[in-house]
Design a protein around this ligand. Structure first.
Ligand SMILES: [Zn+2]
Length: 378
């Protein structure tokens, strides 16, 4: 498991009062401690003090608070300690609190899950969206959230949502044409209705967080390419989610890659989506030789990704979507083309792979939004 820094961009703030600063410090220390338990597993208070750089007194005080809340428990002494008073290990209680996670990016269905602190899905629920748009789609999100709430008997830490479209840092969906949402205050609405913290992010950004925290990602730069009814991507660079100037980082689906190509749903010609969106790929495979078609698509994709790999010196490129389309000739051709076109130093350590989390990557990432915002860990 690896770390994500603060999810929201830093802002100039009014100078906090002394009391606020003390609370901030305590919250920060608590997050450090939880992060260490997330990454390192159970540890004694002394180990926690060493690894976080906090004093023993601070650690003991914070651990007492976390024990009270039930977020951690005392696990007893490690078997190897034989001399003197054995230290008690402190470990996270993964089911002390649950997270409601929603993925709105699939076609024709909204998927939801109850996820625990370890990123495990403990219950799941789907709702066919039956073409609902606008306020009817918002109502369905609320219905799914309410039903998920009924599937857990634990305190709920918060609601996390991966939504298609451009999403502002305050959880307002600025533009999601498929759901007919424009400036829809999705997070604020969920907070009001359910009286719980709610966090909404773009589905590709959510997915890359899921991969980063609960997938097999390393510490280097990570790009996740989401391939579904549309195409989007998310980046975790230097340990932080990349937002971009207006929150639209990773929106490469409507970049024109073939000016002589097919017309796109957006009205322009030859967008990356016309090449890579699942319905378009399936249509091509139905008429041509599948291996040749997937190889050709993979080569075009590699040509699009090579400059990105070169510019960002990425470590991992994760293709997320239907494995039968992505994880074969397409991936191999994209991998080969990137290596041919990028400088050897850029591509030498690059890994091009699919996600071990499969279709759950966005759901699990939606839980990471809540973990990061509410507990300071991810
Ligand atoms: Zn387009």
């Amino acid at each position: 498991m690896s770390t994500v820094r603060q999810l929201t961009p830093s802002r100039r703030q009014l100078r906090p009062s002394g009391k606020l600063r003390q609370e901030d410090a305590r919250r920060h220390h608590r997050a450090l401690l939880l992060q260490q338990l997330f990454q390192g597993g159970p540890a004694s208070r002394a180990d926690l003090a060493r690894s976080t750089g906090l004093t023993r007194v601070t650690v003991s005080d914070l651990v007492a608070g976390l024990l009270d809340q039930g977020l951690v428990s005392e696990l007893g002494a490690p078997v190897e300690s034989r001399v003197g008073k054995p230290p008690t290990l402190i470990g996270l209680e993964p089911d002390s609190t649950h997270i409601l996670a929603l993925d709105l990016s699939a076609v024709g269905v909204m998927t939801g899950a109850v996820v625990n602190l370890a990123g495990d899905v403990v219950a799941r629920l789907d709702k066919p969206s039956e073409g609902r748009r606008g306020s009817a789609a918002v109502a369905l999100v609320h219905e799914l959230t309410r039903d998920l709430l009924g599937l857990t008997d634990r305190p709920v830490l918060g609601i996390g949502v991966g939504s298609p479209g451009i999403v502002g840092t305050d959880g307002t969906v600025i533009d999601a044409p498929n759901l007919a949402w424009a400036n829809e205050p999705l997070a604020a609405g969920l907070r009001t209705v359910f009286d719980l913290p709610a966090h909404v992010s773009n589905d590709a950004n959510t997915a890359v967080l899921g991969e980063h925290t609960f997938g097999e990602a390393g510490e280097g730069g990570l790009m996740l390419l989401r391939v579904g009814s549309g195409v989007g991507s998310g980046f975790v660079l230097e340990g932080a989610l990349l937002h971009g100037h207006v929150g639209a980082a990773g929106e490469i689906g409507h970049v024109i890659v073939d000016p002589d190509g097919e017309r796109c749903a957006c009205g322009r010609v030859g967008c990356l989506e016309t090449l890579l969106a699942v319905p378009r790929m399936r249509a091509r495979l139905a008429t041509g030789d599948p291996v040749a078609e997937l190889t050709r698509i993979g080569e075009s994709l590699g040509g699009v990704l090579a400059p990105i790999v070169g510019a960002l010196n990425l470590h991992e490129l994760v293709l997320s979507g239907p494995a039968e389309l992505l994880d074969g000739p397409l991936r191999a051709a994209a991998d080969r083309t990137i290596r041919q076109r990028a400088m050897p130093v850029s591509a030498e350590h690059l890994v091009v792979r699919t996600s071990t989390l499969g279709d759950d990557v966005t759901l699990v990432g939606a839980a990471v939004l809540v973990l990061a915002a509410e507990l300071g860990v991810a």
